[in-house]
Design a protein around this ligand. Structure first.
Ligand code: GLC
Length: 410
C-alpha cells in the first residue's frame, strides 16, 4: 500500500477551522476582575484550567500575539496586566496570582518571597514583553515603553552579575523549559522535578532571590541561551519602537556574547554556560537552535544550525513539529511523562520562534511542513500543551492557550 504524504500547505478550510477553535480556547481561558488584596484590575488568558490558572509572563506574551489576530483590545489589556504585575524598580514576575492565591498543594513550588499570601513569584521568565508589545501595543505610549525599558534595565542590573552581556537564571523554571535535560546538568538533585527543588527555592528565598548573592556563593546558576535570545529580541524590539540606537547596541552586545561564549565550534550549537566557571552544558535541546531567531547571528552560523541540526532526520527533523530535545540525545523522551516536560515533545512556541528564521534563510518548504504538521495535530487533537513528534498525538494540558500561536504562523 502506498502512503501519500499530506500536502505541505493547509487547505483554506483548515485555516478557518483552526482560527475558530483558537478563538474558542482564548475566550474560554480569559480571566478579568480585580485583585482582592488591593483592587488592582487584571485581564489575562490563563494557560489552561485547572492546572495553570494564574498569569505566566511569557505565556501572556504569546497569548497577546494570538489575541492580536482576533481582538487587539484584549491583546493590549493582557500586556498591560503584565505591566501592572511588577515593582517600581522594573522587576516583572514569572507568575502572578491575580484571582486566587496559589493552592496550598502547589504553593511551596512557587518561588515566592513568603509561603503564604504572596501575589507573585520573585523569579523571572523569558523576557519577551517588548517583542509582544511591538506586535500589539501602541508604540507611542511613553509610559508603557518606559516601564518596559525599566524592566530591561532591571534585568541588566540584577541578572548579569559578571557584566558579560548574558543574563543568568537561578531556578530551572526561569528558562520556561522547566525539566529540560540540559538543566539536570546544572541543578542535579535540585532539578525542577525532584523533591529537593524545594530546598533550592528556600536557598534562593534566603538570599532574597539576588542573582549576585546566589552566584557568589555557589554553582547553581546558569547563563541560559533561550532567556538571552528572548532578551536580545526584546532589546531589538525596543530599538525599533523608540528609534534609540542604545537598545540596538545592547542587543548586539548580547548577540556577540552568545557568539563568543555560547557557540560551540565543534557542533555549531549554542550551549548554556553553567556556574562560576561558565562550563558549557553539552546537551542538544531546541534552545541550542534558538539564536536562529536573532538578526545579529551570521548567516553561516545559522545555516549550520539548520542543515546539521534542525533539518537532520537523526536530530530535529521529525514528522510533527520540532522536538524539544535532539532525538539523538539519550534523554530524548517523545512520549508523555507525568512528572517532566520539555524532554522531547514538540511545542508550538518553538515552531513560532524558529520557523520565521527558516523562511528568512530560504527554507520555505521546511517551515511550511513544520507549521502544517502542528496545525493538523491541533485540528485533530485540540490545542494541547505539546505533541508527540512521531505521530502528533496531543499530550498534557488541554485547551492550552499558547498553542493558539499557530494562527500567527498559518
Ligand atoms: C509549564 C511550562 C512553562 C509555562 C507554564 C505555564 O510549566 O514549562 O514554560 O510557562 O507551564 O503554561
Amino acid at each position: 500500500m502506498s502512503v501519500t504524504a499530506p500536502p505541505a500547505r493547509l487547505a483554506a478550510t483548515d485555516v478557518t477551522a483552526l482560527r475558530a477553535r483558537a478563538l474558542g480556547v482564548l475566550k474560554a481561558n480569559w480571566r478579568a476582575g480585580r485583585r482582592r488584596v488591593d483592587g488592582l484590575p487584571y485581564a489575562y488568558t490563563c494557560p489552561s484550567t485547572p492546572r495553570y490558572r494564574h498569569q505566566w509572563h511569557w505565556d501572556s506574551c504569546f497569548h497577546a500575539i494570538a489575541w492580536s489576530h482576533f481582538d487587539p483590545a484584549r491583546a493590549e489589556a493582557e500586556l498591560r496586566t503584565l505591566l501592572r504585575s511588577g515593582r517600581p524598580d522594573g522587576f516583572l514576575p514569572h507568575t502572578v496570582f491575580w484571582g486566587w492565591p496559589a493552592g496550598w498543594r502547589r504553593a511551596p513550588f512557587y518561588a515566592t518571597a513568603r509561603l503564604l499570601g504572596a501575589t507573585c513569584t520573585e523569579t523571572i521568565d523569558p523576557p519577551l514583553l517588548a517583542v509582544a508589545w511591538e506586535r500589539v501595543g501602541p508604540w507611542d505610549d511613553a509610559a508603557a515603553l518606559g516601564q518596559i525599558a525599566a524592566h530591561l534595565d532591571w534585568l541588566e542590573r540584577e541578572r548579569d552579575p559578571d557584566g558579560d552581556g548574558l543574563l543568568s537564571i537561578v531556578l530551572p523554571d526561569e528558562s520556561g523549559l522547566d525539566d529540560s535535560p540540559k538543566l539536570d546538568v546544572v541543578f542535579g538533585h535540585y532539578a525542577h522535578y525532584k523533591p529537593s527543588t524545594l530546598l533550592l527555592i528556600e536557598h534562593c528565598r534566603r538570599l532574597g532571590y539576588s542573582a549576585r548573592r546566589i552566584a557568589a556563593c555557589g554553582e547553581l546558576h546558569v547563563e541560559e541561551v533561550l532567556v538571552n535570545v528572548a532578551y536580545a529580541l526584546s532589546l531589538h524590539a525596543m530599538a525599533r519602537m523608540t528609534g534609540e540606537s542604545a537598545w540596538a547596541l545592547r542587543a548586539a552586545a548580547t548577540e556577540r556574547a552568545l557568539l563568543e561564549r555560547s557557540l560551540d565550534p565543534a557542533t555549531g550549537l549554542f550551549f548554556d554556560l553553567a556556574g562560576r566557571a561558565e562550563t558549557p552544558v553539552r546537551v542538544s535541546t531546541w534552545s541550542s537552535l534558538a539564536p536562529l531567531a536573532l538578526p545579529g547571528i551570521p548567516v553561516d552560523v545559522k545555516r549550520r544550525l539548520v542543515e546539521e541540526h534542525l533539518l537532520d532526520a537523526r536530530r530535529y527533523r521529525a514528522p510533527v513539529g520540532i522536538p524539544s530535545v535532539s532525538m539523538e540525545e539519550p534523554s530524548y523522551t517523545p512520549h508523555f511523562d507525568r512528572w517532566r516536560c520539555w524532554r522531547g515533545p514538540s511545542w508550538v512556541n518553538t515552531a513560532w520562534l524558529l520557523t520565521p528564521a527558516l523562511r528568512e534563510l530560504g527554507y520555505e518548504a521546511d517551515a511550511e511542513r513544520i507549521v502544517a504538521s502542528l496545525a493538523r495535530a491541533a485540528l485533530r487533537e485540540g490545542f494541547r500543551e505539546y505533541y508527540d513528534p512521531r505521530d502528533g498525538s496531543g499530550q498534557a494540558a488541554k485547551g492550552f492557550a499558547w498553542s493558539t500561536l499557530l494562527v500567527d504562523l498559518v
